[in-house]
Ligand binder design. Structure first.
Ligand code: AMP
Length: 283
């Protein structure tokens, strides 16, 4: 069942007192999204997928207009995955036409990593997720570790605003090459797909070094950069950042702490890709 308006969706949900799990997405659904749906179905009677390319989280010059949109094929993916309800609003249904109220997450969490180049992005993310959680009021919402900074920020926003939804983080689904699945991978040609896979290979090298006892942040970051250097020199990869941060606070750490995230962002051609691995000292 597909809803594009808030009122009928709420009426529909009010009639059912079932437990609801929500998977917020921007559509162009792939197996990574389906892994979140599968997890939600394990936990809940009702699974809702929202599909909304949120204009507020795209900056000037980003790919808001080009972002892949195909509701019919997404609907089929959802049907196959056992989704009960799709919520696919248009922008005016979510924001009206005037200047919207916004949710501003802590600056310490939004100023680094992707926030350095994507100004205002996480205000857009926090705002839309807060709206979706208010509209649907799910018991649980599922997010991918793929967007590790986003996940940490959403956990913080939900906590700070006392939103009664449990946030569950789900592991990154990858293609056979190791490349993290992403709707933006559609932009890559076959050569770029090979180049893009080197981002994960570089993170894996650092993970191996970590498992062998290397806990120094600079050394781990250098390993990643060295592995990518031939692609950087040949301009096949434009590296934006490699950073080691605390998984929860997102503050930079010079050595791996309890749980840290080694995160990377880079452009392959015109396509901006992100990936990360979690390094856990207690494992
Ligand atoms: P998006 O449609 O890209 O906004 O993603 C919607 C949700 O799916 C977010 O919580 C993402 O982190 C998650 N997601 C995207 N790609 C993957 C992946 N490869 N593995 C797991 N979760 C993912």
């Amino acid at each position: 069942m597909v809803f594009s308006n808030i009122k009928p969706l709420r009426e529909y949900l009010n009639k059912r007192k079932a437990s609801v799990g929500l998977v917020p997405t921007m559509g162009a659904l792939h197996a990574g999204h389906v892994s979140l749906i599968d997890r939600a179905r394990q936990d809940h009677d009702y699974v809702i997928v929202s599909i909304f390319v949120n204009p507020l989280q795209f900056g000037a010059g980003e790919d808001y207009l080009e972002y892949p949109r195909d509701l019919e094929s997404d609907r089929l993916v959802c049907e196959k995955a056992g989704v009960d309800v799709i919520f696919a609003p248009v922008a005016s249904e979510m924001y009206g036409y005037g200047e919207p109220t916004k949710i501003i997450p802590p600056e310490s969490m939004t100023s680094g990593l992707c926030g350095r180049s994507r100004i205002g992005h996480f205000i857009g993310v926090a705002t839309v997720v807060t709206k979706l959680l208010n509209i649907i009021q799910p018991q649980t919402a599922y997010f991918g570790q793929k967007d590790g900074q986003q996940l940490a920020i959403i956990r913080q926003v939900v906590k700070d605003l006392h939103i009664p939804t449990e946030v569950v983080g789900c592991p990154i689904l990858r293609s056979a090459s190791g490349l993290a699945l992403s709707s933006r991978n559609q932009y890559l040609n076959s050569e770029q797909l090979v180049t893009a896979a080197s981002l994960y290979q570089a993170l894996k090298l650092a993970e191996t070094a970590f498992n062998q006892g290397e806990h120094d942040g600079e050394a781990l970051i250098l390993l990643v950069k060295e592995h990518l250097s031939k692609y950087i020199v040949s301009q096949q990869i434009d590296l934006e950042y490699v950073d080691l941060v605390d998984l929860v606070t997102l503050e930079p750490v010079s050595r791996v702490k309890a749980k840290s995230m080694l995160a990377i962002a880079a452009r392959v051609g015109n396509t901006r890709l992100i990936d990360n691995i979690v390094l856990n000292i207690n494992k």
